[in-house]
Design a protein around this ligand. Structure first.
Ligand SMILES: [Zn+2]
Length: 267
């Protein structure tokens, strides 16, 4: 069994400030370690379920957060960013049996996490087919595009709730509840234990229940914080500007949505 793990930091146990996500700040180290421990727990759960090979994508900011030496030996890590539109799911293909998302967080404009954002901080909100677009949804569609079901999600309580509403059979572990500029957090060791246990159970269950039919077409509505960003990105092929800050993009293929996002996000 070959498993893909995509990991972020803004949804790991206890995280409650941007300084805790930022490599250059003293507060960061502890949370990079927690990100490592949660990924480690997921890998151990996967190994108990019989994983032979695990690929880990270190998918926060610089892509250089996780301490690989603490993960099981049958893991391979993706560090940094290749620029491929698969982004947080780089290198996923249909040779994998399941995907696992760790440390994920709520989408731009959500009250569920004071660190809520989608890909970058430049969007006020972004929607796909009328659903608010989270990195969970971007990664889940990407994985599903390669016929790999996303069977497990950990992160803030609001993204876990969204995950369960989107995919009935996904297993989740909520790390904390966001309340205004605060969080109410579970104990980090308990979180890691729950991740290990639930990943193991998820990988032993009927994983095909987490697959779904991709939509026939996609409408992406982007509301930028700054009008200047909307103006510049309005020149992307196929983009329509509908107000000073809002753009609309339509595509038949999900890959075209990913291609658009990678270019829009790079400015
Ligand atoms: Zn992040």
């Amino acid at each position: 069994m070959k498993i893909y793990v995509s990991a972020d930091i803004e949804g790991v146990a206890g995280i409650a400030h941007w300084n805790e996500c930022d490599k250059t700040k003293a507060d960061y180290k502890k949370f990079a370690q927690q990100m490592t421990l949660e990924v480690k727990a997921a890998c151990e759960g996967a190994n108990e379920a019989g994983a032979s090979e695990i690929w880990v994508n270190d998918a926060h900011d610089t892509g250089r957060n996780i301490d690989h030496s603490l993960l099981p030996k049958n893991t391979r890590i993706i560090r940094g960013w290749s620029g491929h539109p698969y982004s947080m799911m780089q290198e996923i293909d249909n040779s994998f049996d399941a995907s696992i998302l760790i440390g994920y967080h709520s989408y731009s404009s959500s009250a569920g996490n004071l660190l809520a954002h989608t890909m970058s901080g430049q969007f006020q909100s972004i929607k796909i087919n009328e659903m608010l677009l989270s990195e969970f949804l971007i990664s889940t569609y990407t994985s599903n595009l390669e016929q790999v079901p996303v069977v497990f999600l950990s992160g803030d309580a609001a993204i876990c709730k969204f995950g369960r509403e989107f995919s009935n059979n996904i297993a989740t572990v909520a790390t904390f509840k966001g309340v205004g500029e605060s969080i109410i957090g579970e104990h980090p060791t308990k979180i890691a234990e729950e991740i290990k246990e639930k990943v193991m159970v998820a990988l032993k269950s009927d994983m095909s229940k987490c697959s779904f039919k991709m939509p026939n077409s996609f409408i992406v509505e982007i509301d930028f914080k700054k009008p200047s960003k909307a103006y510049r990105n309005s020149f992307y092929t196929g983009m329509k500007q509908v107000s000073d800050t809002r753009l609309v993009f339509e595509a038949k293929e999900y890959f075209e949505v990913l291609r658009m996002l990678v270019f829009v996000l790079s400015f």
